[in-house]
Design a protein around this ligand. Structure first.
Ligand code: ZN
Length: 305
């Protein structure tokens, strides 16, 4: 082949390659879905039930702070490349976040009851789960508004012998769908319990430190939101190393009530329930979600203290 022909061939090849690249579609971004469950007791600024209960003068502030904490997490998720962010309002009436106050790109799940309660909306299509504004389990010292699911009914919940805060019960739902919990925000106590239950790799953002159940030293609100945003970014950057929280089946749930009258209806009405003692019911299931639903039924059957 002549030298000029070789050069011509090379030029044609380069041009052809250029055309191919010019017409190649940009790679479609993989869907990157982030699920956020947001409770209220662990929100920056909150130290009292009046700030988390509709009908009080302080509630308007509480729900606004809740939206601002969650918006910091949403912003970070979007900046990290999330293609969809779903926020499940997970406190009380579950209508705390005013949709007008939520980040315009986030999808809100609002209201109650919901089949998966604080975890409604999660499924195997999500890559990451975040818990914002969470709180410590019932009976924790120096923890803002500590309780487990229902303050007036539940003394303790154990799964396979391990007493779990809401963050653990809910992380197991995420784990059921193969989704890891990457971050928990709240007071110092819930941060400590997050690491105890989920392991040292979970990112925690401590927005306050409690002096009891109803008082705390607060991180300034703007700084707390900056910390949540930075924490979510840091956590999502480590996503490939994160493992879903899974306990080994079968699951034995043990529900301890405050008083024996609260255990009566569950023990009388549901044949699969064992009465461990006056104030404790237990049952075993192979499917975690089925167990979680039974647990909620037992809590719902109990009269408030
Ligand atoms: Zn709550």
């Amino acid at each position: 082949m002549k030298k000029s022909a070789v050069i011509l061939g090379a030029v044609v090849a380069v041009l052809a390659l250029g055309l191919v690249f010019a017409h190649a579609q940009p790679k479609p971004k993989p869907p990157f879905k982030v699920f956020i469950s947001v409770d209220m007791e662990g929100i920056s600024g909150i130290v009292h039930g009046d700030q988390t209960s509709p009908g009080t003068a302080e509630y308007a502030d509480g729900r606004k702070w809740m939206a601002q904490d969650v918006n910091a997490a949403v912003e970070a998720a979007l900046e990290a490349g999330a293609t969809e962010v779903v926020v499940n309002d997970s406190h009380g009436s579950m209508r705390n976040i005013d949709p007008d106050d939520l980040h315009p790109k986030a999808i809100l799940i609002s209201g109650t009851p919901k089949p998966l309660s604080m975890m409604q909306g999660i499924d195997a299509s999500f890559q990451a789960c975040l818990f914002i504004g969470y709180h410590a389990k019932a009976g924790t010292e120096n923890a803002i508004l500590d309780h487990t699911i229902s303050g007036s009914v539940v003394r303790a919940i154990k799964v396979n012998g391990l007493e779990l805060p809401e963050l653990g019960l809910n992380a197991a739902i995420a784990g059921y769908y193969g989704v890891p919990v990457l971050l928990v925000s709240g007071d110092a106590a819930v941060c400590r319990q997050s690491t105890e239950v989920l392991g040292k790799d979970v990112t925690t953002v401590q927005v306050k430190e409690a002096y009891g159940r109803l008082a705390a030293k607060l991180v300034p609100l703007a700084e707390a939101r900056r910390m949540i945003k930075a924490g979510v970014k840091e956590a999502l950057a480590k996503l490939d190393r994160a493992k879903p929280f899974k306990m080994a089946a079968p699951y034995t749930f043990e529900l301890g009530y405050h008083v024996s009258a609260q255990a009566d209806m569950g023990a009388m009405l549901l044949p699969s329930i064992k009465r461990v003692d006056a104030r404790t019911l237990s049952f075993t299931t192979d499917d975690y979600i089925e167990g979680f639903r039974t647990l909620r039924a037992l809590i719902s059957l109990a009269p408030a203290r």
